[in-house]
Design a protein around this ligand. Structure first.
Ligand code: C2G
Length: 136
């Protein structure tokens, strides 16, 4: 069984996230997704709109996802790959090259990001709508 692993915040799940997970699963037979905890996100300078528990529950419900684990820090990837017998590590190409050091442990694949959609974009839109409503 070929096992795939990917990491992410996955706040405000959108089509770009979905396509990443779908293509990651297509690379193997089993997909584990490590979701950044709220505490870890703070170190990434990200304030999530949804708590870890909710983000993890939503990702777990996606048919392409077999397992969800917490991502607590930047340094757990080597251990996760070993512990979960991972064959392929996958990330979107905005991370191109950043995780090549993991090639020592498994295959590393960077998938093309889905254009024109991001959590940051969605948050800006939500805030703009909220401000607009406050104008009335
Ligand atoms: N993604 C994508 N297309 C988009 C937006 C995101 O393919 N339009 C991919 C990202 O490249 C990433 C995954 O979806 O592989 C999750 O994106 P984020 O939730 O933004 O994750 P990130 O903050 O990049 O966290 O240790 C790694 C980090 O946890 C990655």
């Amino acid at each position: 069984m070929k096992k795939v692993l990917t990491y992410g915040t996955y706040d405000l799940l959108h089509y770009g996230h979905f396509r990443l997970l779908k293509r990651a699963k297509e690379l193997g037979d089993h997909l584990t997704v490590a979701i950044s905890t709220d505490e870890f996100n703070l170190t990434k300078g990200k304030k999530c709109l949804q708590p870890y528990k909710h983000r993890a529950e939503i990702i777990k419900a996606i048919r392409y996802v077999d397992e969800v684990i917490p991502e607590n820090n930047w340094d757990q990837k080597n251990d996760d790959i070993r512990k979960h017998n991972i064959d392929i590590f996958v990330m979107g190409c905005d991370w191109e090259g950043k995780f090549d050091f993991l090639k020592e442990y498994c295959e590393v694949v960077y998938l093309k990001r889905t254009p024109d959609i991001s959590t940051t974009k969605l948050k800006k839109h939500i805030n703009a709508t909220k401000n607009h409503q406050n104008d009335y």
